[in-house]
Design a binder for this molecule. Structure first.
Ligand code: NAD
Length: 268
């Protein structure tokens, strides 16, 4: 078997279904990661991700546990269960997220603001906090390149191009993703001394259930893909590959980075 860039343990939130998180989990398996923990609010789509990976990569061990990242205690208990099963957490990709209702600020209720931020920002913070707590106390793994430092862990938060630029009627969502970018940079500053890298990926318009399954959302958001120079929607696998690069020791000097994967949308 060829040497993998991912000898450690991967954790992916929002990994149910056919969206970005599921693509990240599949990409880890395809890249030779042998121990992958996945979670999602939706237990049945999570099971489908597990079955798809088991079918394509029978040797890979999958630990799947459904739960709500917005819950105060779920992330800690999930990471505790991952460590019990696999011993450590090396690569954590936090994908769980929701779009929220299409409203301007004056029409947005506090409940809706809290719901969106509770999953996208607070839920991402709770997940990365639990992952970082584990990473700081584990031994570092050797790099693929003996000249580079060993890595104690890598966190990748999935933010959005809408954390950088905005679109109409999405103040809670845009702000929640800008918060993820700020949190990523702050954690990168704090955890560099521990041999942990923290980066984020900002996808553009990606063809996932979040965009495609609700006709109103599909009609509003998919035309935005035409604004990007590449004039198409991205595929979940294209975001997954960026996340895997940032997790790998090939990205050993990439820290606090905001990697935009949007077909050039924010450049025009
Ligand atoms: N699709 C896009 O165009 C796009 C663009 C930019 C950013 N993003 C971000 O990428 C991430 C993945 O989105 P996607 O497009 O794959 O959407 P998706 O709806 O296909 O996947 C999101 C997953 O998160 C899960 N989830 C939702 N709330 C949760 C909770 N409280 N706890 C645990 N799991 C929860 C859902 O069940 C779902 O499986 C999100 O953070 C999203 O904001 C998506």
């Amino acid at each position: 078997m060829s040497v993998t860039l991912f000898p450690g343990v991967a954790v992916v939130t929002g990994a149910g279904g056919t969206g970005i998180g599921a693509a990240v989990a599949r990409a880890f398996a395809a890249a030779g990661c042998q121990r992958i923990a996945i979670t999602d609010l939706n237990g049945s789509t999570l099971q489908r991700t597990q079955e798809a990976i088991n079918a394509a990569h029978p040797g890979v061990q999958i630990f799947a546990q459904a739960g709500n990242v917005a819950d105060d205690h779920f992330a800690e208990s999930f990471i505790g269960a991952v460590v019990k099963k696999f011993g450590r957490v090396d690569y954590a990709v936090n994908c769980a997220g929701i779009l929220g209702q299409s409203l301007r600020s004056a029409e947005t209720g506090i409940e809706e603001f809290d719901r969106v931020n509770g999953v996208n920002y607070r839920g991402c913070w709770l997940s990365s906090r639990a992952e970082l707590k584990q990473m700081v106390k584990q031994d570092a793994l050797c790099s693929h390149d003996p000249k580079r430092p060993a890595q104690r862990g890598a966190v990748v938060n999935i933010a959005s191009q809408l954390g950088i630029v905005s679109r109409p009627t999405a103040p809670s969502y845009c702000a929640s993703k800008a918060a993820v970018i700020g949190m990523t940079r702050a954690d990168a500053v704090d955890y560099s001394k521990d041999g942990i890298r923290v980066n984020c990926v900002c996808p553009g318009v990606i063809e996932t259930p979040m965009i495609m399954e609700n006709p109103a959302v599909r009609e509003t958001i998919t035309p935005a893909a035409e604004i990007a120079p590449m004039k198409r929607m991205g595929q979940p696998a294209e975001v997954a590959d960026a996340a895997l690069f940032l997790c790998s020791t090939q990205a050993s000097f990439v820290q606090g980075h905001v990697m935009v994967v949007d077909g050039g949308y924010v450049t025009v």
